[in-house]
Unconditional design. Structure first.
Length: 155
């Protein structure tokens, strides 16, 4: 079973606010922490384009119920942080695929760390190959039953 340890929050329109962007990010983070104030173990990490909530053992699904009502969030994902190696990514993505019922899938990789040795398409193919070899899932890039998103970041 995959142990999700982070909620990744994406925000959209804040990037158009110019010099006030940091203030809007800070306010959004404060609004999120307000709806989760009874969960003291959470850690909030604000970056230029994301807010990360480190769960430290808290239930991610109970957090999601609350944060989906916070204005300013464009989307969020429950994630697991892994080492920056293709082997670690393959292992985790395979575990995620095995938790899903038999069906079709798509791997969507984004590589913001340009020093990583593989390009996004190569990451997609490597992870999909491992899933295909170890499950009964099939690839469907147009209408998959589930998607596995991979973000390769320096941190």
């Amino acid at each position: 079973m995959v142990q999700y340890d982070t909620i990744l929050i994406r925000y959209g329109e804040l990037s158009t606010k110019g010099k006030n962007k940091k203030d809007f990010i800070r306010r959004l983070s404060k609004n999120i922490s307000h709806v989760l104030e009874d969960k003291p173990n959470l850690e909030y990490i604000n970056t230029y384009d994301r807010i990360y909530i480190r769960l430290h053992g808290e239930d991610p699904y109970s957090c999601i119920e609350r944060i989906q009502k916070v204005f300013g969030i464009s989307s969020f994902s429950i994630t697991q942080k892994v080492p920056n190696t293709i082997e670690a990514m393959e292992e985790t993505c395979l575990a995620i695929a095995k938790e899903n019922e038999k069906g079709t899938f798509k791997v969507v990789a984004h590589r913001s760390d340009k020093t990583f040795e593989m390009k996004s398409d190569q990451i997609n193919r490597a992870i999909a190959t491992v899933i295909l070899k170890n499950t009964e899932h099939k690839v469907d890039v147009h209408n998959p039953d589930f998607k596995i998103h991979v973000e390769v970041r320096q941190e």
